[in-house]
Design a protein around this ligand. Structure first.
Ligand code: G1P
Length: 292
């Protein structure tokens, strides 16, 4: 079955980024000149998906406005003949259908995803965590497209996998795999282990291609876990042990926008990618380096 829908999990309260996230939703934090959520919508669009649900923690008018018509601005740019800027403004409205779904209680990533069950309606789908952005090299298949293609080829759910070193493993879902006809079949997975409990150095990254059976595993967990955060990782473990789950490596650069250092790195790198400002930024960075 083809993957035609995507879900962005963006309902975090942004506590790691206070005070800015008190009034500005985390998905709206800019990386160079675009909000994080726009990079994620671009990733979804370039993977050929036209229906997206964004899971948010409350009514988020700022995110909705970003992807909607801005009459006064658009008219102004049109009348003053600022075609480049008009195109930039209009591109924010070209991401197919977007549905906003509120996660009423902060009950973890599994709880957030469960809110999208009706939207998914039994189809396979892509899941993207809203605080990571991915950049593929020109000509390379993006991480998301790779996961989707592998899902469509095998019918087995896919999770993006990256090797990490040392204590970093305790920031991620961590899994153990068996090689099975050229694929990395996951047979165990734990959420954020200490280095001594780690199963391997393979970490789960925030991109997934999942069959809708994941909702059955999530609902099973909620039968016994009625309080606190329910991990998607636990549902993935049950999925791995019954219908299977593959870990899929990727080549994209990944930026962790939920982390202050990751956020700054992304801003520096994306500004260096921009033709208009890159040489000025390079000069500035060189000068700054001399003083450090
Ligand atoms: C989530 C997942 C974790 C995954 C990570 C990737 O954790 O629960 O399994 O490895 O994203 O960034 P979070 O960083 O949202 O706590």
């Amino acid at each position: 079955m083809k993957i035609k829908k995507a879900v962005i999990a963006a309902a975090g309260l942004g506590t790691r980024f206070l005070p800015i996230t008190k009034a500005v939703p985390k998905p709206m934090l800019p990386v160079f000149d675009k909000p994080t959520i726009q990079y994620i919508m671009e990733e979804i669009k370039s993977a050929g998906i036209e229906k997206t649900a964004i899971i948010v923690s409350g009514d988020c008018p700022v995110i909705k406005n970003h992807f909607s018509e801005a009459k006064v601005l658009e008219e102004n740019l049109k009348q003053t003949g600022k075609k480049d800027l008009y195109d930039i403004a209009m591109a924010t409205r070209d991401f197919g259908e977007i549905e906003f779904i509120i996660q009423p209680t902060p009950n973890g990533l599994a709880g957030a995803l469960l809110c999208a069950e009706d939207f998914i309606a039994g189809e396979p789908f892509a899941l993207l965590l809203g605080d990571e952005i991915y950049a593929n090299k020109d000509g390379d298949k993006s991480c998301l497209k790779k996961l989707i293609d592998e899902y469509e080829k095998t019918g087995v759910s896919q999770i993006a996998a990256m090797e990490v070193f040392g204590d970093d493993i305790s920031k991620y879902g961590n899994f153990a795999v068996n090689e099975k006809s050229g694929y990395n079949a996951v047979y165990d997975i734990i959420e954020k282990p200490s280095l001594s409990d780690a199963l391997s150095n393979l970490a789960a990254m925030g991109r997934y291609a999942l069959s809708s059976e994941i909702f059955t595993f999530i609902k099973e967990l909620f039968k016994t876990q009625t309080k606190g955060e329910v991990y998607l990782t636990d549902a993935l473990k049950d999925m791995a042990n019954s219908i299977g789950l593959y870990a899929c490596p990727f080549n994209d650069a990944r930026y962790d926008i939920g982390d202050k250092v990751g956020y700054i790195k992304a801003n520096i790198e994306y500004s260096l990618k921009n033709e208009k400002v890159s040489s000025e930024i390079k000069e500035y960075l060189k000068e700054l380096l001399e003083t450090l």
